[in-house]
Each structure stands twice: as C-alpha cells, then as structure tokens.
Design a protein around this ligand. Sequence first.
Ligand SMILES: *Cc1c(COP(=O)(O)O)cnc(C)c1O
Length: 379
Amino acid sequence: MIYADNAATTKICDSAFEKMLPFLREQYGNASSQYSLGAKAKRAVEEARKKIAAAIGAESLEITFTSGGSEANSWAIRCFAETYRNKPVHIITSAIEHHSVRNTCHALEQNGIDVTWLPVKTTGLVDAADVEAAIKPHTKLVSIMLANNEISTIQPIEEIGRLLKDKNIVLHTDAVQAVGHIPVDVKALQIDFLTASAHKFNGAKGTGILYKRSGLGISPLIFGGEQERGLRAGTENVAGIVAAGYAIEESAGMMSDEAKRLCEMVEITIRGVKEKIPSVRVNGDTASRLPGIINLGFCDVSGEALVHLLDLKGICVSASAACTSGRDEPTHVLLALGQNEQQAKSAIRISYGRYNTMDEAAVIASAICDAYAKIKANL
Ligand SMILES: *Cc1c(COP(=O)(O)O)cnc(C)c1O
C-alpha cells in the first residue's frame, strides 16, 4: 500500500505512540485525582501543553485541548460570537474554509449573525485588501484558514493580522494543515485564536488544540468540571494529549528537512503526470503553498474514478471532495476558485507525509497516468 492522503490523517509517529501507551495501561489515572497516579497524569498533560505552546510561540496558559480540530474551530467561532449576546456581530470568513468553520458560520448566519464570505483568487488566495474592505462597524471576528486542506494555498495571515491589529477585531485561523508542517508563530502573525489537530501532524486522532490569546474571553464549550480551566470540561484524553506533545516536538525538529523532501516529491509527481497528460492543471497557488499537498485537475475524467482505480492498486489519494464524499457534489473550494462543476469534479488531491518516499512519488505519477489512460479508453 502507498498512503498519500496525509491531509486527511497521518500515521502516528513512533515516539508519540510509545509515550502515550503507558497512560492507557500503567499510568491510567484521572488527571484530576488527588493521589500520585492522578498527579502523574496531570504532569504529563501540562508537559504536553508546554511543548504545544512552544511550537507555536504561545504560553501554556493559552492552550486548551479539545477532541479535535473541528471542535476547536466550532468552539472558537460560535462561543466567541455568543459573548456578544445582545449586540450586532459581523464575521468575515473566506469561501474556501474547512467544513467545521464553514458550517459553524452557516449556523450562526441562520441565527441572524451577519457573515461575509470573502471570494478568493483563482489560486485560492484571499486578498488582504478584501478583508479590509469588508470590515463594518460591528465586525468582531475574522476567521481565515492559514493553509487550505484541499489545494494547500497558504493565506497572507500576517498581513491580515497587521491590518486588524488596532481595530479591535479578533483574528481566528484554522491552522490544522499548517502546524507541524510550516513555521507558525502566533505572536508574529498577531493571531488571537488558532486551531490545530494532532492527527494531522503524526499524533493520535481525537486530540485538538485551541490557542486563545491570554486576556481574550470565550464562553466554555462544555460545562462540567474544572478541567482545562473550566473552559472544556470532561476527563482529559491524557494519552492523546501526551502523544500530541511528542508528535509536535518531532515535527518541529525535522520541519525544514521534511519540507524540502516533500516539495521534491510533489515536483516529481507533477513532472511525471505532465509528461503524459500535458493538459493536467495544478490547482492552488504555485508559490504560497504547503510543501506536501498537490491538487491536480484533469478536466475530462472524474476524480472519483481516478481515486477508485488508484485504490485498486493499493494507492490512497483522495478526490478533492473528501469531506463531502458520498454526496456527489463538487467541492466548494474548487468552485470558489472559479472552476465549473466538471472541472471541480475532475480533481484529485495527493498529500505526502513523513513516511512517503521519492520512489513512491514516481510510482504514484505513473499510476495516475495509467488510470487516466484507462478511463479515457473506456469513454
Ligand atoms: C482535518 C482538518 C480539520 C478538522 O480536524 P479534526 O481533528 O479532524 O476534527 C479542520 N481544518 C482543516 C483545515 C483540516 O484539514
């Protein structure tokens, strides 16, 4: 099998796996318990919090653990908007956000909150000038992702952060695809809320992270005990949190070498496909992009058919519509780039990660060409 769908999820790295195991068996204490078994769990959670904070230039107190990226996104946006109970609230977001941001904003919109959906350029880039132009007197929140999960475009968050700085508007960024893969510094980017998820950087599934700049208010996501400073009640997922700490440490340590390697794999893939299918389109921005994700559009064949044929050869990639799969709808991301329905349905996403090799990149390129030829022959 060749797994090239790391934007969907990653395999847990050895250090994270080994360090989390004891917390499921020998040291299974509840982090809130008074005896030493509980204290040990608590200490491990706080150590992990420190590692996560250090990786994004934050303080430990600014990190809250959740069950995942979706939970953190949904919480930040919904509960922040709720703090304005009786006042008008305007939120600015983009047309290419992950569903956890998109559907949260849709739900708020249905409850009467004013939402602006910013268009993007054909490369997927948000124009910071558009953010500025969309600001209204009651704008309270801007939520724009750091890097897109389908086309990998990296948004000009630093520029957006700079222009919001003195306007008393809070900036949230979904950094799930960025953290652990490219340098992220919440202070340099002037971010107020940031979302990350451990299973996207070789941690375990079920552990998300919400960074909240200290001093900023938000209502609790889950009411109950005093876990996570009363903001997110419930017994901590100690093992998952421990794994997240080790996973981020390992990712940070190899980040720049990994980025170079992944970029090369992407180049090999694009070159290999272009050689036989010159009409292939590389979706997204060519300069401002994540190292390991490529989205290829084929115009005249369906992405889902390609994914299926590749699967038969043991290759895991995704049709761009990963999160809407089963609904046969083109992804909102490619439509927002100005592509038509057929173009949007012809795309596949290949996302390389820690455990992929250069050889695999070449194998995937030729498998894509074979699958494409096969589908064309049967048309
Ligand atoms: C995967 C992903 C999420 C959701 O994270 P989960 O931990 O799977 O809930 C949110 N945003 C982006 C950009 C993602 O890629």
